[in-house]
Design a protein around this ligand. Structure first.
Ligand code: SAM
Length: 317
């Protein structure tokens, strides 16, 4: 892109350079914190999909650096920040980096190991797939990343903790809201000022983690392992007996959404009538004066080989 491109003139892009942030997205997290006070009382954080690292920088500058400079803070009391991404990133003070795929169940294990028994107060996820421009497809892939992030959340977040995740607004946003609401008492979709209006991105700010009674996080982890394997689809079938108790309802809901009723975007096989093939039924109430009536009459007249007086026909009708 040339020097005069729109990106380079963007105020947040320039401010990011002036203030030493690796990306303009730093302002999104800062503005979310201004609105929701998400850093309050936070010591242990997971930054999912962190590269190039501007959110990790925000976490380091707001949590780790002030604690380190405080004379009262002992070595063991320093905040713990674990950042994960597919891509490597340059070191950031106070941030432990893990290179890995968050949709891989093994990555969740690595994060859990770093927390060594204690739980996170906050999990943030700014993950985004390579956008194709096909909104439905982008929204679907994004929802898979959120499911992976949620799996990690259910394993590492303490009860009462917070989760912030990038979402793509689309037709399934209300479903995503219901899925997140299953785990958090407060869910808000926020659009910080630094997020461009032209972008379908927004952020789910989830507060007060409180998983439903009887929910076993291991099953979500199992689901993550199965997605993408050749036998995955069969194994994921909720009737195959690997789910027990309330998870029989929660896991299919998290994986596929509401499965009751017909999906208006799907094709179903045509039902055949008794002993025969599918029989198309006439409309219950045919239109009284459809706009195509004139065209049908003209077609009828011309197919009988009679020279039709077209102007008369259209005047009559
Ligand atoms: N929050 C970051 C910052 O402030 O610098 C920017 C994140 S960038 C918008 C999205 C990141 O998601 C990319 O670095 C990409 O590598 C990462 N990502 C996408 N899919 C991922 C996955 N499955 N596992 C881990 N990281 C992933």
């Amino acid at each position: 892109m040339g020097k005069a491109s729109k990106d380079k003139r963007d105020i947040y892009y320039r401010k990011a350079k002036e203030e030493g942030w690796r990306a303009r997205s730093a302002f999104k997290l800062l503005q979310i914190d201004q609105e929701f006070d998400i850093f309050h009382g936070v010591k242990h954080v997971v930054d999912l999909c962190a590269a190039p690292g501007s959110w990790s920088q925000v976490l380091s500058r707001n949590l780790y650096v002030p604690a380190k400079q405080s004379p009262d803070c002992k070595e063991g009391d320093l905040p713990l920040i674990v950042a994960i991404d597919l891509q490597p990133m340059a070191p950031i003070e106070g941030v432990i980096q893990v290179q890995g795929d968050i949709t891989n169940a093994r990555t969740a294990e690595v994060v859990i190991r770093h927390f060594d028994g204690c739980k996170a107060d906050l999990v943030v996820c700014d993950g985004a797939p390579d956008v194709t421009g096909l909104h439905d497809m982008d929204e679907f892939v994004q929802s898979q990343l959120i499911l992976a992030a949620l799996t990690i959340v259910t394993h590492v977040l303490k009860v009462g903790g917070k989760f912030v995740a990038k979402i793509f607004r689309g037709k399934d946003t209300s479903l995503l809201y219901c899925q997140l609401k299953l785990f958090f008492s407060q869910v808000t979709f926020a659009k910080p000022k630094s997020s461009r209006n032209s972008s379908i991105e927004a952020f789910a700010v989830c507060e007060n983690y409180s998983p439903p009674e009887g929910f076993k996080e291991k099953d979500l982890y199992h689901l993550l392992e199965k997605v993408g394997t050749p036998s995955g689809a069969d194994d994921l079938d909720c009737r195959s007996g690997w789910l027990e108790g309330p998870n029989k309802v929660y896991i299919p809901f998290l994986a596929c959404g509401d499965l009751s009723g017909y999906d208006s975007d799907r094709s179903y096989p045509l039902p055949s009538t008794e002993g025969g093939s599918y029989k198309s039924l006439d409309p219950v109430q045919p239109p009284i004066a459809p706009p195509y009536k004139t065209a049908l009459e003209m077609k009828k007249v011309s197919s009988h080989g009679v020279g039709a007086d077209i102007s008369k026909l259209s005047l009559d009708s």
